[in-house]
Design a protein around this ligand. Structure first.
Ligand SMILES: NC(=O)c1ccc[n+]([C@@H]2O[C@H](COP(=O)([O-])OP(=O)(O)OC[C@H]3O[C@@H](n4cnc5c(N)ncnc54)[C@H](OP(=O)(O)O)[C@@H]3O)[C@@H](O)[C@H]2O)c1
Length: 124
């Protein structure tokens, strides 16, 4: 789960059932074979990030946090690891949510799953 694969119906369903969601590839796994550039290069997310003096990564992680989703973000870079933790002393605005809802959706699951419509979410 990330801003370019929001899976809103699935999230809503999980919330009604008390299922905790954990987001893999929360930044879209840019550069990976299973990833997408749609997150880190999104003009909407860049705009939000600039308006808060934050990075696109921080906007993504803050959004997940506010959605009540836990996440597994990966970085080999010490500064970026630190940056990815600095999401708790600020918050997104209503207009940010409107912009995030406009991020182009791209299904990032290219794994070997072969049933249930390859983890069908009813949206993509
Ligand atoms: N079990 C599963 O089915 C499954 C599926 C997908 C992913 N995962 C796991 O989930 C974890 C994260 O997923 P992922 O690696 O696919 O994708 P990700 O966390 O969305 O993206 C990782 C990429 O983002 C970069 N990055 C991290 N923080 C950044 C920042 N603040 N600013 C700019 N770039 C940043 C990293 O580069 P740098 O290292 O250069 O910072 C790396 O290239 C991994 O441990 C992965 O194994 C598991």
């Amino acid at each position: 789960m990330n801003p370019s694969w929001q899976q809103k119906k699935l999230i809503e369903y999980c919330k009604t059932k008390g299922i905790i969601i954990n987001a893999y590839s929360p930044l879209g796994a840019k550069g990976a074979s299973w990833g997408t550039n749609e997150v880190m290069e999104s003009p909407f997310l860049k705009h939000i990030a600039e308006s808060h003096s934050k990075s696109v990564a921080q906007v993504c992680l803050r959004w997940l946090y506010e959605e009540g989703v836990s996440f597994v973000v990966k970085s080999y870079n010490k500064e970026r690891m630190k940056q990815n933790l600095e999401i708790f002393d600020w918050c997104l605005r209503e207009e940010d949510y409107e912009m995030i809802s406009q991020v182009k959706q791209h299904r990032t699951n290219n794994g070997p799953t072969t049933s249930l419509g390859d983890i069908w979410d009813g949206e993509s």
